[in-house]
Design a protein around this ligand. Structure first.
Ligand code: ADP
Length: 239
């Protein structure tokens, strides 16, 4: 799905978290939103998701006004830094959750759900963990479950907010390779918020660098890192 963000501004009191931000996201691409803490990345993601509304501007999904749609109607899947799995449910039920809470007329039979969850467990490579509870999983395994849960509803857009931020460096490295391979297979339009430059560089098709509520640069990872236009990327390369 194509996403078109047009001149979006968002104020919190007198503070401008987003200042006239425009951005087009192509169907099937994996876009990294990169920038220092406080630059407006999460706010932009939340506006696209329908968790926050802009003061002015528009967001279009395949040309349709998305701001008039609720979170559910937007058909987005989320993965957050802090797993947000249901602690009292095992892995299987966590992944099945989004399918089971649908309105009755849209709900699929339990046999369909079982099949779907089993496919997802294989896809995220945790086939043997279906009966475990979140407390029995490593951080990396939890994020695989979170991703499977987000994919279960077959979202039009996948929004990932620092999904690997709480994990140690080695696991993070493995997971970002894995995410890239998974995206090559699925081609779900995805936005990854990160302040980890290596992650943005390795994983994404395009990088958007944000600073002070504005977009400072947009390009392929090599364009952004060969000719950095922001202090954030410049400082990183200079290190
Ligand atoms: P990033 O994701 O790049 O770290 P955010 O989008 O989370 O940045 O935040 C941008 C700025 O907006 C920050 O300075 C933050 O404190 C502020 N902000 C975000 N959400 C709120 C809110 N609900 N109320 C007040 N200020 C907020």
């Amino acid at each position: 799905m194509n996403i078109d963000v047009q001149s979006v501004t968002k104020n919190f009191g007198s503070f401008k978290a987003l200042n006239d931000v425009s951005l087009k996201i192509q169907s099937g691409e994996l876009l990294a939103l990169l920038g220092p803490s406080g630059s407006g990345k999460t706010t932009l993601l939340r506006i696209i998701a329908g968790l926050e509304w802009p003061d002015s501007g528009a967001v279009r999904f395949d040309g349709q006004d998305a701001l008039s749609l609720s979170v559910k109607e937007r058909d987005v899947g989320f993965v957050f830094q802090h797993y947000a799995l249901f602690r009292h449910m095992n892995v299987f039920d966590n992944i099945a959750f989004g399918l089971r809470v649908r309105p009755r007329r849209e709900r699929k039979p339990e046999s369909f759900i079982k099949n779907k969850v089993e496919q997802l467990l294989e896809l995220v490579q945790i086939g043997s963990l279906a009966d475990r509870y979140p407390s029995q999983l490593s951080g990396g395994q939890r994020q695989r479950v979170a991703l499977a849960r987000a994919l279960a509803i077959e979202p039009r857009v996948l929004l990932l907010d620092e999904p690997f931020g709480a994990l140690d460096a080695k696991v993070r490295k493995d997971l970002r390779r894995w995410l890239r391979n998974l995206h090559n297979e699925l081609h779900v339009t995805s936005i990854l918020v990160t302040h980890d430059q290596e992650e943005a560089l390795e994983v994404s098709d395009r990088v958007v660098v944000m600073g002070n509520g504005k977009i400072e640069q947009v390009g392929s990872p090599s364009e952004v890192y060969d000719n950095p236009a922001s202090a954030f990327v410049h400082d990183f390369i200079g290190e």
